[in-house]
Design a protein around this ligand. Structure first.
Ligand code: SF4
Length: 389
């Protein structure tokens, strides 16, 4: 599609589609895109997980030969493979493309299938992001099943997104809620993934998925115990995020910021009870000594970098740590590949906006996992590894 409308930028095209989408039902929108000869190649990317049957059924009603990309990480549950075969047959889908990780890359980077135990981001990149990027070559639009109610970085999901000026991502179910999904399953008598009845409400790879307990959110069983909430195919190198993403040693997470700016006087006058979970925003040229008397009361400090090449925020982080600040320290306004520098200066995490996220490619995002590699002190003295970790 973008190629057929050279007079429109991808941003304009996305804005146009989002506007049009407001007046159409999900089925109408899908129908228009799949049947419009002016649209370029479109693929549905499906995990054949807990709710995948909805979109698969919808596209099968329109055009059974729609390409469906199924990422088989080779770590999936056997039940998912069976479910994929069942749905493809039941819906008459004739172009399901099972995509697996590249053999040579697997051999080189995860020959024992244990990468997920010590570096999940690298494992997701190897088994999901990289194969998907290859599989999407030649497609102008891809359809994903993400929904806003799933929370985290998905809360601000748009119907259509410009994916790094390369293609458009369409999230037809963005505005659906749990009741809509359940009603569609019931109305069309769709078969459920076999693991749903065993408490799995979001289903990914077997080593990284657990059942969800009553009251927990849908995706709580994915990467349980880690702060990672996304596999990476929807932001960073493969996708334009629509909300800020927080990078930590343990992975990526949605932005949970609930603090606000407090000036020093305001902090000094806050009753102690109100400082129980205090998060403050600081400009990067702030003098940390002004907070000295209150550092122990503050839980989270976010240092705002007005530009990623303005290094004063790094000095502020060092100053805060030297003064004894032990709470969480977040940098906002940096690029993904500045994570190592931020960590070495005392930051715990880096918050990245969609605009800055789109500026860097995969290697810069993956460098996060090895941030300590550039620490010359640690290389000289391996005994420091534990204390620095
Ligand atoms: S979900 Fe787990 S096993 Fe699957 S690719 Fe990611 S880290 Fe690897």
């Amino acid at each position: 599609m973008p190629l057929e409308y050279p007079e429109l930028s991808l941003d304009d095209r996305v804005a146009q589609l989002n506007k049009r989408g407001r007046f159409l039902t999900t089925q109408e929108m899908l129908g228009q895109l799949l049947e419009d000869p002016g649209c370029g190649p479109i693929a549905l990317v499906s995990s054949f997980g807990a709710e995948s049957a909805v979109l698969l059924h919808m596209i099968a009603q329109i055009y059974t030969a729609t390409p469906v990309i199924f990422l088989d990480t080779e770590m999936l549950f056997a039940e998912t493979i069976e479910y994929q075969q069942l749905l493809a047959q039941k819906f008459g889908l004739s172009d399901v493309r099972r995509i697996t990780p590249a053999r040579a890359a697997l051999f080189e980077r995860d020959s024992e299938n244990l990468l997920h135990r010590h570096n999940r981001d690298a494992c997701c990149a190897l088994r999901k992001s990289e194969p998907l990027e290859k599989a999407l070559k030649g497609f102008d639009i891809w359809i994903s099943g993400r929904k806003r109610f799933q929370g985290g970085v998905r809360k601000a999901l748009a119907l259509f997104e410009n994916e790094q000026d390369q293609r458009i991502k369409f999230n037809p179910l963005a505005g659906w809620d749990r009741a809509d999904i359940a009603a569609y399953f019931a109305r069309h008598d769709l078969p459920r993934h076999p693991l749903v009845s065993r408490g799995f409400r979001s289903i990914g790879c077997a080593p990284c998925t657990t059942p969800v307990r009553p009251g927990e959110d849908e995706r709580a069983g994915r990467w349980r115990g880690a702060e990672k909430t996304e596999c990476g195919i929807h932001f960073g190198p493969q996708g334009a995020a629509t909300a800020n993403v927080v990078m930590r040693d343990s992975g990526f997470a949605g932005d949970d910021w609930q603090g606000g700016f407090h000036d020093v006087e305001e902090i000094a006058n806050l009753p102690l009870a109100e400082t129980a979970a205090l998060a403050i925003d600081l400009p990067n040229d702030f003098d940390a000594t002004a907070l000295l008397a209150h550092l122990h009361e503050i839980d989270l400090v976010r240092v705002n970098f007005p530009a990623f090449n303005d290094g004063r925020g790094f000095s502020l982080a060092r100053q805060l740590r030297l003064l004894g600040f032990c709470g969480r320290l977040r940098a906002k306004g940096l690029l993904a590949d500045q994570y190592a520098m931020a960590r070495r200066c005392g930051f715990d995490e880096v918050e990245i906006s969609p605009e800055l996220a789109a500026r860097q490619d995969e290697p810069q995002w993956l460098a996060r996992a090895n941030w300590q590699a550039g620490n010359y002190q640690q290389r000289l003295n391996p005994a420091m590894q534990t204390s620095l970790a």
